[in-house]
Design a binder for this molecule. Structure first.
Ligand code: FES
Ligand SMILES: [Fe+2]
Length: 356
């Protein structure tokens, strides 16, 4: 439908809200416009304190295409940098996690101090050029979770999180120990998975087992004023494995279960793929741990299956935009508004990408 035309009125006299057009999910140019305002200018969860206990411990990650790493420095503080040497773009640390006593480039061995300043350009054959330091990024941790922010002008993490920490302060996250991690490369745009996270409308159809355990028809997405986060509650029927879900813009979420919780995040891997990561934490005396993890993984498989199919349909060029359920999909609408506000206007004609 042409966006200038009046929108249809639902049965309650409410103007219906359109979804983001398909192009926002299929066009690499849209992803390029999203990267800096959404992933470069928010705090993105990349690691945990437990991975960065000793001096020299590091975790490398890729934030919407930007290679970064965080590292425990000799003075005990956390530092973050682009994982990119100013000489010829070599990596300072290899992918993944590890411990590296010194910041020495893996390519030709330029050495940087723990603040990122160049201290030795190995065997360069002349004085090294000026301004050859590593580029720092913001890094901080909250309740054992390490976040980075590439944009130096964004407020510190604890300010940026707003009221969200108060909302989850009752959950004893620090009492839980890391249990396991799962990762899937999902063939969908990061927003396709995000949309799916924002609503409980699909539960009875996509997650029949979960809907037997819990009262899916009373699933609620609670938005308390700040559109950047929401809390989902689903009343258990008997002994549900699921209790509360929370989401924080753009792609950080957590699921609280009896005796533990999971962090769930979906990092864009280009415009057409997302890496869906679950990290599980449990109390030492938690029961049914393996069953809870298995159940959560089955639910994730169900979500991935439907999201990948939705993405193929968005790519097909037959669908342009739909309407959100006023009863169930308010969270999706709020998420879309955040995306629109961050990115600005986009030419909304359908473009079918080649070679997905
Ligand atoms: S790219 Fe780092 S020393 Fe050459
Ligand atoms: Fe789901």
């Amino acid at each position: 439908m042409n966006r200038a035309m009046p929108r249809p009125i639902g049965s309650h006299g409410v103007e219906l809200v359109e979804t983001l057009p398909a192009r926002w999910y299929t066009d690499p140019a849209v992803f390029e416009k999203e990267r800096w305002p959404i992933f470069g200018s928010t705090w993105v969860h990349v690691a945990y304190d437990h991975q960065l206990r000793r001096n020299g411990d590091y975790v490398a990650e890729n934030v919407a295409g930007w290679p970064i790493f965080v590292r425990r420095s000799d003075d005990g503080s956390l530092k973050g940098f682009y994982n990119l040497c100013p000489h010829r773009a070599g990596p300072i640390v290899w992918d993944g996690e590890g411990c590296q006593a010194n910041l020495v480039c893996r390519y030709h061995g330029w050495a940087f101090n723990s603040q990122g300043s160049l201290i030795n350009a190995r065997d360069f054959g002349g004085p090294p050029p000026e301004d050859m330091d590593l580029t720092p990024i913001q890094v901080d941790s909250w309740r054992g979770m390490v976040f980075v922010c590439l944009n130096a002008e964004i407020a510190p993490l604890h300010e940026w999180l707003g009221e969200f920490p108060k909302e989850v302060e009752a959950y004893p996250l620090e009492d839980y120990r890391f249990h396991s991690r799962s990762s899937r490369l999902v063939k969908c745009n990061w927003k396709t998975y995000g949309d799916n996270f924002m609503e409980g409308y699909h539960l009875p159809t996509v997650h029949p087992a979960m809907s037997r355990d819990a009262d899916a028809l009373n699933y609620k997405v609670i938005i308390k004023g700040d559109p950047r986060w929401n809390i989902h509650v689903m009343p258990p029927r008997d002994e549900s494995t699921f209790g509360v879900f929370g989401w924080f813009w753009p792609t950080f979420a957590f699921d609280v279960f009896p005796g533990g919780f999971a962090v769930e995040r979906w990092l864009p891997r280009g415009y057409s793929h997302s890496e869906l990561i679950f990290e599980y934490f449990f109390a030492d005396d938690a029961t049914d741990v393996e069953a809870i993890v298995k159940f959560s993984e089955e639910v994730a498989d169900e979500d991935v299956r439907v999201c990948e199919h939705v993405q193929r349909n968005l790519d097909a060029g037959r669908y342009q935009t739909g309407y959100l359920s006023p009863k169930w999909e308010e969270g999706v609408g709020v998420f879309h508004e955040l995306v629109r506000a961050a990115v600005g206007p986009i030419d909304e004609r359908i473009v079918v990408p080649l070679g997905r």
